[in-house]
Write a protein that binds this ligand. Structure first.
Ligand SMILES: *Cc1c(COP(=O)(O)O)cnc(C)c1O
Length: 418
């Protein structure tokens, strides 16, 4: 049948095509291209006997609906044949915490990359610790050296490649090989690359997480997380999600499914524009280093070249030594970049950050202040012109006193509120 079946073998279908086909069955839905959005709690049974035997495909809203299945199926097809199932969670952080809870027991030890997303670290040091699960942190560039940190009770190794502020690219295959040799599970935060640019299961990952809030959604209008599991981890994950009572509303699932259809073309543009901006920043005299996995100046660049098929739209700037005030002037001058958390949407963002106070296994000492950009879908030449104005404001600020700066900032605030 047209559109639901085709003569190409399933395995030969490329990811961009999978994004278009996944989770859709038009002729089961009156020929409509997209699946319906089911708002569901109760499921009715025709008789008492049917209810007692739970004779129904769907038993209760929280246990899955055609809407949640559509997104799960689309993501499973994207991940490839080793993916046994996908769980949907109400945020990326919920996906991380649930994946960890599905694997770990009291008394276990967990290894986490020192470059990890900060709330993941806080979950481990806060909640997991209370349940007698000990976490320790390792150098993101450790590679096969992680073997030396494995203990008899190390049940899981958490990787994130690259780190979402400092962009060290981890050698996931080497870490996975060392972890598996000791019977540990490998859990990855794959939000940055998505399954399009990093084939987590082919590289030895057992549980692969995405904050679908970011690129999958792509429009800064939803919160959602996903965990994709292989056959060894899927049943435990599914049970944990069920018993924690976690589920996602159908409208957010639908937005994610809609975002997924264009993920391929959006990511390709974020990749191209991000690299163009990164290369432009590299030749600016105000900047000591630009961190982007595709640049040789980024730690782990060779690993990125070997293991990844693309990059997303994040770029970090390490300024040469300059007053923090001047960096605020830079950020405040940007008109096309919003100042705010998150990334992966169509619009560009810029935030100041400081990793140095977070690290515990490594030291991160940048030459000067640091800023992370998310390069959105605007014309990159316009973004570059905006950054140029921002850098002019930074340079002007070098000669300003604190008082001059306060006056200029107040003038800007009153302009922007009009
Ligand atoms: C944003 C983010 C998360 C958390 O996602 P939320 O949906 O905001 O909870 C997890 N990991 C990384 C790398 C992120 O950037």
């Amino acid at each position: 049948m047209k559109n639901t079946e085709h003569n190409l073998s399933r395995r030969s279908i490329n990811p961009a095509t999978r994004l278009v086909l996944g989770g859709r069955d038009p002729f089961a839905n009156h020929g409509f291209v997209n699946p319906p959005v089911h708002h569901v709690s109760t499921v009715l049974y025709p008789t008492a006997e049917d209810f007692l035997a739970r004779r129904a495909k769907y038993v209760y809203g929280r246990r899955g609906t055609p809407t949640s299945e559509a997104l799960e199926n689309a993501l499973r097809e994207l991940e490839g044949p080793e993916c046994a199932g996908v769980a949907l969670l109400p945020s990326g952080l919920a996906a991380i915490s649930t994946a960890l809870l599905s694997i770990l027991h009291a008394g276990d030890h967990l290894l986490i990359t020192d470059s990890v997303y900060l709330p993941t670290r806080k979950f481990a040091d806060g909640v997991l610790k209370r349940y007698a699960i000990e976490s320790s942190y390792y150098d993101p560039l450790i590679g096969s050296g992680i073997a030396g940190l494995m203990r008899s009770n190390t049940r899981a190794v958490f990787v994130e490649a690259p780190g979402s502020l400092s962009f060290e690219v981890q050698d996931v295959p080497a870490i996975a090989a060392a972890a598996h040799a000791k019977g540990a599970v490998v859990i990855m935060d794959n939000t940055w690359a998505s399954p399009l640019y990093f084939r987590a299961f082919d590289k030895g990952v057992d549980l692969s997480i995405q904050a679908a809030t970011k690129y999958v959604g792509g429009h800064s209008d939803l919160m959602l997380g996903t965990v994709s599991a292989n056959a060894a981890t899927w049943e435990r994950l599914k049970e944990t999600v069920y018993l924690m009572g976690l589920c996602v509303g159908p409208d957010d699932i639908y937005l994610a499914l809609r975002g997924l259809r264009t993920l391929g073309v959006r990511l390709a543009q974020h990749y191209q524009s991000g690299l163009k901006v990164a290369r432009w920043l590299q030749q600016r005299p105000e900047i000591a280093r630009v961190l982007h996995p595709a640049l040789a100046s980024c730690p782990g660049n060779a690993t990125w070249q070997r293991d990844f098929s693309g990059a997303s739209g994040l770029v970090s700037i390490v300024f040469k030594p300059v007053a923090g005030l001047a960096v605020h002037a830079f950020l405040n001058e940007l008109g096309l970049f919003g100042i705010g958390a998150s990334w992966g949407g169509f619009e560009s963002l810029a935030i100041p950050f400081d990793c140095s106070s977070i690290r515990t296994a490594t030291t991160w000492v940048p030459e000067g202040p640091t800023v992370r950009l998310h390069i959105g879908l605007e014309d990159p030449d316009d973004l570059i012109r905006d950054l140029e104005l921002g850098l002019a404001a930074l340079n002007a600020c070098r000669t300003m006193s604190q008082d001059d700066y306060a006056v200029a900032a107040a003038a800007r605030r009153s302009r922007s509120s009009k």
